[in-house]
Design a protein around this ligand. Structure first.
Ligand code: HEM
Length: 165
């Protein structure tokens, strides 16, 4: 296997690992919080507040950055295979993977530009008045569920693209 083949293999592996971490976290949340509740997470006791907040930051940071690993490795595979234009224009054999790229990109944008700005207030990473934090719980919830639904479509398109639609 040449250097390009090896890079493609590593990108594919990173892509799948990133999908596991990111989408796994999203679906774990569907299971633990199936319905919306207009409540804020408990304020941790002062003595261990920083430790718990740091753990929560790490947890959410890992899954947020996993989404960038998925995006970057996906684009790298398309670039190595010279399929970027075909995928983005939904043409020829790259049609299915292209659909997946667009729904996957929507997931990344939704995570970083809708979910995260609200989630960091909900979780108390940045200070905000209680009413504002409660408003953010709703947006965070809906945005997360939008990604759950999109993940099903994206997985399907990606597999169709890789194994023949
Ligand atoms: C964000 C932009 C994304 C891009 C550019 C992208 C691109 C790609 C590419 C090029 C492949 C290789 C297909 C092949 O080997 O022929 C692939 C495979 C795959 N992608 Fe993505 N992807 C993205 C997001 C996602 C997301 C969000 C998910 C999960 C919800 C996902 C799940 C998968 C899976 C499971 C495979 C393996 C398919 C298989 O081998 O059956 N991808 N992706």
């Amino acid at each position: 296997m040449g250097a390009t083949g090896l890079l493609d293999l590593l990108a594919r592996y990173l892509h799948l690992a990133g999908v596991l971490v990111w989408v796994g976290h999203n679906w774990a949340n569907v299971v633990t919080r199936p319905f919306y509740r207009r409540v804020l997470p408990d304020d941790p006791p002062e003595a261990i507040r920083e430790v718990l907040l740091a753990a929560s930051r790490r947890e959410h940071g890992v899954f947020r950055y996993a989404s960038l690993a998925v995006l970057a490795s996906g684009l790298l595979m398309l670039w190595i295979r010279d399929e970027i234009v075909g995928a983005l224009t939904l043409s020829g054999p790259a049609f299915w993977i292209g659909l997946g790229v667009w729904t996957g990109a929507a997931m990344v944008l939704n995570l970083w530009f809708v979910l995260w700005p609200h989630q960091k207030k909900t979780l108390g990473f940045v200070p905000a008045p209680v009413e504002e934090r409660l408003r953010c719980t709703r947006i965070t919830f809906v945005s997360s569920r939008v990604n759950s639904v999109l993940s099903l479509a994206t997985l399907f398109f990606m597999v169709m693209g890789a194994h023949g639609g």
